[in-house]
Design a protein around this ligand. Sequence first.
Ligand SMILES: [Zn+2]
Length: 335
Amino acid sequence: MPYAPDPSLAAFIQSLPKTETHLHIEGALPLELLRRVAPDKFPDTTPPWWADDYRYADFPTFEKILIDHALLWFTSPERYHEAARVIFEGLAKQNVRYVETSFHLPVTQFIHADGEAIVEAIRTAAPEGMIVRVFVGMLRTDYTPELAPVIDRLGEWKHLAGVDLHGVETWALQPWTARVWRRIREAGKETKAHAGEFGGAANVREAVEVLGVHRVQHGVRSIEDPQVVELLRQNNITCDVCPISNVKLAVVPSMREHPIRQLFDAGIRCTVSTDDPFSFGNTLSEEYAALAMDLGFTRRELVRIARNGFEVALVDEATRAGFLDELARIEAALE
Ligand SMILES: [Zn+2]
């Protein structure tokens, strides 16, 4: 457990209604389910990459380890449902009330499953009191003859919340992407893109200016270009940041040097999430603890982080007001 806050801080973090807005469902595979299908995997121990000082060699290593394990479990919509139930229960215990999670569209080809059935499988796993929004993620190279017809119809998927651009940022953005992203918004859905993680600030600019997203997944390397930080601020862009992920993937040298501090101080709306807890061994509460313990976030600032998630949540205004009121009461009770 990398972050063990004192009891008072732990209780405060627990008391905050929270959001998780950057979560890959396959990357959240619960260990107990993996052990059921592959009993030889970590029988009575935890994966080596859960160690505090573990650092992935590079993105392909991270991806390979994740895929090799996730595909043992995620073989059908029913398996997605079962995993989502366990994942959401774990989040509910941390007082998470709103979740945005994406599943990886190419998996539908490997397992010959219907993507809309997977959306339903995940969505209907939400426990009482939790709102779940399901996104599909795809790579920059996924507009293939097999997947293009599926991607072109995503706007018609009734319960799909939106799309996310996953994966390797160093591959060039292909022309189809901006067209698809625009159509998804025209269909009333949200669009996101991973940028500014393994790619630099220019990728964040591209996500905003070319893809037109208001939700950047990570975006932390915006800090390398003050003009991109200004672009985010002026366009009211939200960065769904995953601090522990960034440390373990060596996107940043250490938590103390994580740029979420400067982005937050510059007025950028940042949220925190866990990204892939199977790969990092992290919890959402630990992400909050990391901000407080290594980056000097005050309790008032932690309330702000929680608020940010509800401000961009895909909910009706009365529901949003309810969450924001609850946080306002917690903030008012602070010294
Ligand atoms: Zn991610």
